[in-house]
Every structure is written in C-alpha cells, then in structure tokens.
Design a protein around this ligand. Structure first.
Ligand SMILES: [Zn+2]
Length: 133
C-alpha cells in the first residue's frame, strides 16, 4: 500500500488563499463544528481534534480554526497567555500574505478596511504587525 495521498509536508499558500481546513487535514488534526457555549474554538490535545463553533460565519470560522491550528502545531496543552499569543502569531502569518498586505497598504489607508480586506480580525492583524517588526 502506498502513502501517496499523505501530504503532511506540503506547503500552504498564505493570505486569502490559505485554507485552514486543508491544513488541518494535512496535519492529521480532525475538525468538528458544533455549538460551543464558552468559546469560538477549542483545541483538544488528547484527541488531536479541534472544535469550531457552528454558529459563526464561515469567514470567522476560518480565523478561529487558523488560531486553533497554532495550538495544535505548537502542541499546547493549556491556554496560558503565552500560548494564546503564539497561536495568534501562527494564524496571522498564515492568513496574511506580505505581498497582499503591501498592495493593500497602497490604496487602503485605514486599519479597519485593511483588516476587512485581509479577512482577519483586528487582534490577528495586530499579532502580525507586532511580530513582523
Ligand atoms: Zn487559543
């Protein structure tokens, strides 16, 4: 039997083309969408699985999943502030492509519009800016 369908080491496009569902699949992390009471997303290290709140808009689910994947990749076992920052940085650097951002800066002067255009949250955008300096 061949392992030709396994794509673990494949690189993923960054920015608007980034697909965190595909990335999760490649990492062997299972993703479930269901109603969550206390969070938008949850990383379950023991089950190598991520839960995403089913009532969120798809664009929001995408940013939540990108963040939770950061916890998965860093093998976090709790949500201490340092881990939250790492997960945000991971998400930001996948969801934001430097070239796309550079182009946007040319015609989009305000941060609110920029964040909208990038399809990220203000928190992730700030994580990107702070870690890029
Ligand atoms: Zn988190």
């Amino acid at each position: 039997m061949t392992q030709s369908t396994k794509r673990t080491n494949r690189t993923h496009p960054k920015g608007r083309a980034y697909d965190p569902w595909e990335h999760a699949d490649d990492l062997g992390v299972r993703v479930f969408t269901q109603r969550l009471r206390t969070a938008h997303g949850l990383w379950l290290p023991d089950q190598n699985a991520i839960l995403v709140h089913s009532q969120l808009r798809v664009a929001h689910q995408r940013t939540v999943l990108a963040h939770e994947l950061g916890h998965a990749v860093h093998a976090h076992s709790d949500d201490r502030p340092k881990h939250e920052r790492q997960a945000d940085r991971f998400a930001a650097h996948n969801l934001i492509c430097p070239t796309e951002l550079e182009e946007l800066y040319e015609w989009c002067p305000d941060e609110g519009r920029l964040v909208d255009e990038l399809g990220v949250t203000t928190r992730l955008f700030q994580a990107y800016v702070l870690s890029a300096v």
